[in-house]
Write a protein that binds this ligand. Structure first.
Ligand SMILES: C[S@@+](CC[C@H](N)C(=O)[O-])C[C@H]1O[C@@H](n2cnc3c(N)ncnc32)[C@H](O)[C@@H]1O
Length: 247
């Protein structure tokens, strides 16, 4: 998507992120799973955002660190109770060399955040970067949706979510099967003007993620359909995958 970079999503959504997406995924299940895997070791969240998951993790007693490319998202995190105590770095999680002594016990990317990387090459770099951040035997946890079957050609949609006298909100998407990408924008129209909130993802099927992980020295340990060990089947629409750094 032209004019879109690593910081664009966060800069466009920071003001509404918690209101719109505060309960978009299983926060309690995420916290319990990550805390159990960490077993006292430090944890790194890729795309920590406003701390929707990191702050409950910190309150649970987990030492959580974060990377995010959006200054606006990190400012929202810092403004929250306890947010200023979470160590963060501004940068691209595919390449930031963020270290703690001994390495992280767990790195995680929740709620499709790996798909925010715009190409397969960026996603491969991310897996390699994660492997370099983990301590021996550490885990990388990825939560992502399972893409629906590929359309034969580029498809598009415009779906209204609000239509009232003062405001119209449209969800506009274009899916490109050749590049496995979706360009989207949430378009708010009022008498005062138009506000665009662009987003872009490069999606991948679980098998492709497993291959990227394997090439980085991370082996799939388990996959469930959610954060509470729900069985993953051919009908599952999302997955939580735990990769373990090869010793
Ligand atoms: C979907 S939000 C998820 C935020 C948080 N993990 C949560 O679950 O609420 C994705 C986050 O990743 C950040 N992000 C996207 N691409 C990034 C990149 N290449 N490097 C660092 N952060 C990125 C965005 O700024 C945003 O805060």
């Amino acid at each position: 998507m032209e004019g879109f970079d690593a910081s664009s999503y966060g800069e466009a959504f920071a003001d509404v992120y918690d209101e719109w997406y505060g309960d978009v995924s299983d926060v309690e299940g995420t916290v319990e799973t990550i805390a159990a895997l960490a077993a006292g070791a430090p944890v790194l969240e890729l795309g920590i955002g406003t701390g929707r998951l990191a702050l409950p993790l910190a309150r649970r007693g987990v030492e959580v660190h974060g990377i995010d490319a959006s200054r606006a998202m990190l400012e929202r995190l810092a403004a929250k109770a306890g947010g200023g105590a979470v160590p963060v770095v501004l940068g691209d999680f595919a390449e930031v060399a963020y270290e703690v002594a001994g390495g992280f016990g767990v790195v995680f990317a929740a709620y499709n955040t790996v798909f925010n990387l715009p190409s397969a090459a960026d996603q491969r770099r991310c897996f390699a970067n994660v492997a370099a951040r983990l301590r021996p035997g550490g885990a990388f946890v990825v939560e992502a949706f399972v893409p629906s079957p590929e359309p034969e050609a580029t498809t598009g949609s415009v779906t209204p979510s609000v239509v009232d006298a003062a405001r119209v909100v449209l969800h506009v998407t274009r899916r490109h099967p050749r590049t496995q990408t979706v360009d989207g924008s949430i378009v708010s129209i009022t008498e005062d003007g138009i506000r665009l909130r662009p987003w872009h993802i490069r999606y991948a099927r679980p098998a492709e993620l497993d291959a990227m992980a394997g090439a980085a020295g991370l082996d799939l340990e388990r996959r469930s359909a959610g954060w509470r060990g729900e069985p993953f089947t051919s009908d599952s629409s999302s997955h939580v995958s735990v990769y373990r750094l090869r010793r």
